[in-house]
Design a protein. Structure first.
Length: 273
């Protein structure tokens, strides 16, 4: 038998989820998040009947999610305002539940899992060709920096990144895992492109970590996130891409978290295939 105290501990949560399980009630909450309104305005804006508006508003009031002032104007309570800020997390995971049935969150710390809602406004991109184009676009459109945490760098992408550093003065910082496998010809290509000179000038910075499962590629406006398969290997055939501010902020915070927890880059760990 389940522990009664444990079950009762979730009673309020159950009631809240029950009230949120309605498209109309969710619409009312998000509409009130934009601006306070009377019930007639809510009905008009959401294209619902006054009867539907009254019924759903009463339920939301009873749940403590919204309140009404003496002038009859509805607004979110602190509870309601906080609750709707959690909805993007559920929305993101629900929209991509098929993806997350085949992928894991890897080494992602709990504090970043709690912020997954920041990734809600994104584009899901599949296919090697489409992904490589997005990757190149991030290089081409960088004006300030390119930040990366990747399990490997395809040889076709080395030149576009370094050319951007040389031509536009973009700062290039990347993190690779200790077990990184590099393609044949990489060393010769880096020498040809002046990689070491850029490294010595500080235009390029690089660090190492034990493993990379969650990958990030970003410039100052765009970002890509890749998650690992159930085997723990970064899936570079499916990405989430966005120019959204919160998405970008999440990626930037994660890059900094890994960067400041990384170690000095050690060429002896590189394996050429």
């Amino acid at each position: 038998m389940p522990d009664e105290d444990a079950v009762s501990a979730y009673a309020n949560t159950e009631k809240t989820f029950f009230e949120l399980a309605s498209e109309q009630r969710l619409s009312i909450l998000f509409r009130l998040n934009e601006k306070k309104a009377k019930i007639s305005q809510l009905a008009k804006d959401l294209s619902i009947t006054m009867q539907e508006a009254h019924r759903n508003v009463n339920r939301l009031q009873d749940a403590g999610l919204i309140e009404k002032n003496p002038e009859g104007i509805f607004s979110l309570t602190t509870f309601g305002n906080t609750i709707i800020k959690q909805i993007p997390t559920f929305n993101y995971l629900s929209m991509h539940k098929e993806y997350f049935s085949e992928h894991v969150l890897g080494e992602l710390p709990f504090k970043f899992i709690m912020r997954l809602g920041a990734l809600d406004r994104c584009e899901y991109v599949k296919g090697v060709v489409a992904i490589l184009e997005r990757w190149k676009d991030i290089y081409r459109e960088a004006h300030e920096y390119i930040y990366e945490i990747v399990p490997q760098v395809p040889i076709d992408l080395i030149e576009p990144a370094l050319e951007r550093v040389k031509e536009k003065g973009v700062k290039y910082s990347y993190v690779l895992p200790r077990n990184v496998i590099i393609p044949k010809g990489r060393k010769d290509l880096l020498k040809k492109l002046g990689h070491n000179e850029l490294l010595n000038k500080g235009a390029i910075e690089r660090r190492m970590v034990d493993t990379v499962q969650v990958a990030i590629i970003m410039n100052e406006k765009q970002a890509i996130v890749m998650f690992p398969t159930q085997k723990g290997e970064t899936d570079m055939n499916m990405i989430f891409f966005s120019t959204d501010r919160l998405f970008h902020e999440w990626c930037l915070d994660y890059f900094r978290y890994r960067w400041y927890g990384s170690e000095i880059f050690d060429e002896t760990h590189l394996k050429e295939i």
